[in-house]
Design a protein around this ligand. Sequence first.
Ligand SMILES: Cc1ncc(COP(=O)(O)O)c(C=O)c1O
Length: 376
Amino acid sequence: MQIEPFELERWQSVWENKVELNISESGVQPLTTAELVPDPEQLRKILDVQQLYPQTNGSEELRSRIAELYPGASAENVLVTCGGSEANYVSTWSLIEPGDEVVFMMPNYMQIAGVARAMGATVKPLWLREALDWGINVDDLPRVVTPKTKLIAICNPSNPTGAVLREDMRAAVVAAAAKVGAWIISDEVYRGAEFDDAMTATMWGSYERMLCTAGLSKAFSLPGLRTGWVIGAPNVIEKLWSYHDYTSIGPSMLTDRLASVALEPERRAWILNRTREFVRRNYPPLRAWLDAHAETFSHVAPKAGAIAWAGLRDGRNSALMAEELRVKKSVLLVPGDQVGMEGFVRFGFGGDPEHLQKARGRIDEWLGETQAARAR
Ligand SMILES: Cc1ncc(COP(=O)(O)O)c(C=O)c1O
């Protein structure tokens, strides 16, 4: 099996701790363990946990708490994984055989496309459209979904656009899948990081062949816990569990406990509220800056996630821009080509406001220098 480089993950893994100003992240500032477990008695109990092998599909308590996020689901609908990425991996691996077709929303976090191609599938893009506020054109579905389509993979809310699919768009995806008996993987890892109070509707419950993936890395601000999950029908979850036996076996004992704490109803509400406070506070200055640079950037406001997706109006190359900003200004952002769409860049705004302002200042310097060089 040949696996293509996962450009975005490499870019971040290699450079995120080496630059001064990292605005490549899509989540908000991660919580510390002390913030997550402020009660000393609860913390002591966690420290007293013996480091056994945990329940490998996730403890009953953790799976029940995850299930509460999905109307109609219970613990038997849940497989706990190592991050949303393992949830996507085992889901794709369990479905794809050589010769299958996969319809993949683009731009996107490119993991499912890369895994599916490595497993011998042909991947067809389902483009998000800027003119539709980064929704899909439902008329594109019959053009890309065929009887060979095994899987339609969407990301909702979307990375990198921050858009949320409208109900009619979600229904059209389900109808297109049902027509050919395809599966749907709905990556919902940004669900809970909305700007308004309502949580994005999950795709769970809308179709029989549905797998919803998510985790604690984005909306819950706990990427270091490496906790993710898949939601599916009990027999499908049982099957995925046997795939999981071949990858990480199970979560760590400590993450299972800490993830259970994060999903206690009160704690969960506190965390999601904190996330919303971050995105609501940090986006307006970025928006004002993008508006002041309207000749350079096009932009549609995100509805969820600490990510702003901006088009490069003046024909700059995103990879070149990102590389120059990294080398000359020690700023790390995400070039559009790493999420499947050239001509755009992704700004993460979940960090410290001062840090974000400094990064914008450095980008201003760079824009000034390159505009001067272009004018010569
Ligand atoms: C859409 C999407 N899915 C999955 C992941 C991976 O999540 P995790 O860090 O929980 O493995 C990411 C990370 O950026 C993502 O953007």
